[in-house]
Design a binder for this molecule. Structure first.
Ligand code: UDP
Ligand code: MG
Length: 309
């Protein structure tokens, strides 16, 4: 009999955990006799009663395990902690808000059992109801990611997936502190089957994403998997130098042969501000990478556990 570990990162999800637990058990009924289940809840430093809710589930069911962080470390860290502690032959990662349908778990299990796949991943068949701005922003992000990196992210891909030990080992073998799982899952390769499902509204609680958090996440993704922004500064430098050279020749010809007075102040002012702006942008890009190196070399653990059971 196979053991499935279900890793569930939770941040302020108190209101939905009871329903989640019931729904998962119901959904996994078809696997009775074929597979056993263990829950691996990770309480990511919640401020509400999430930990108590998990503990009360555990009091009645020994298949429930949890670890609780000393503060909020983010979903990436929570997923990592869950995957590291999972004992199962197969490990599934799932959100706590029931936006990832647990009914698909048996199908994922069967695909892994067939031996043809190492991971069954999911993506949303339609875009969720983001605002117009966020939609454009998301498109831009996916476009940049495919152009700049060698990991081809699938649009609408979720973290919801089930993997075998081989795939899990590969994911855990990437030891970076700044983890961008969406990219890591693609980077490790292996044989992946994709399932798609419709967008579901959150059952309770509210989303943890704000525009700025998403922007940071997108930057994290690009800088984690691409150095194109760094090398782009070289290209930009060459182009601006060429531009400056052309302007220089033009000015010399104008003064020497046509005796036109050199238009002064405005041109100089515009050029100066434009190019110093450009330099600051490129410095900023370098800063982004340096800050990542800084965070990596400190080798801090990605999370700190307050208690676990
Ligand atoms: N989450 C977490 N730590 C955080 C933010 C979110 O563990 O700092 C969990 C959250 O409890 C949920 C999952 O990550 O189970 C996805 O979060 P959310 O539903 O806010 O993201 P969305 O579904 O909107 O992408
Ligand atoms: Mg959600």
């Amino acid at each position: 009999m196979k053991l499935i570990s279900l890793v569930i990162p939770c941040y302020n999800e108190e209101s939905g955990l009871g329903l989640l637990y019931k729904t998962v058990l119901e959904a996994l009924r078809p696997l009775e006799g074929k597979a056993q289940l263990e829950f691996r809840f990770v309480d990511d430093g919640s401020h509400d009663g999430t930990l108590d809710a998990i503990k009360s589930l555990q009091a009645n069911d020994e298949r429930v395990h949890y670890c609780s962080f000393s503060r909020n470390f983010g979903k990436e860290a929570a997923m990592l902690a869950g995957m590291e502690s999972a004992k199962g032959d197969y490990v599934a990662v799932m959100d706590a808000d029931l936006q990832d349908p647990p009914e698909r778990l048996p199908e994922m299990f069967d695909a892994l059992e067939s031996g043809e796949y190492d991971c069954v991943a999911t993506c949303r068949s339609q875009r969720d109801k983001k605002t117009f701005c966020l939609n454009i922003f998301a498109r831009m992000f996916y476009w940049l990611m495919t152009k700049m990196t060698d990991v081809e992210l699938k649009e609408g891909a979720r973290d919801f997936r089930m993997m075998n030990r081989a795939y899990l080992q590969s994911v855990l073998s990437l030891k970076e502190t700044n983890r961008f799982s969406k990219g890591i899952f693609v980077w490790v390769g292996h044989r992946v089957k994709w399932l798609s499902f419709d967008f579901e509204e959150r059952q309770s609680g509210k989303t943890k994403w704000s525009f700025w958090k998403l922007l940071r996440y997108a930057m994290e993704g690009i800088t984690s998997f691409s150095t194109v922004p760094l090398t782009a500064s070289f290209g930009l430098g060459v182009v601006t130098c060429l531009f400056a050279a052309v302007m220089c020749v033009k000015t010399i010809i104008k003064t020497l042969f046509f005796h036109e007075p050199v238009p002064g102040y405005t041109t100089i002012f515009v050029c100066l501000t434009f190019f110093s702006g450009l330099q600051f942008i490129m410095l900023g890009v370098m800063g982004l990478y340096i800050s990542k190196i800084y965070k990596e070399v400190k080798r801090r653990p990605p999370y700190v556990i307050q208690e676990e059971k």
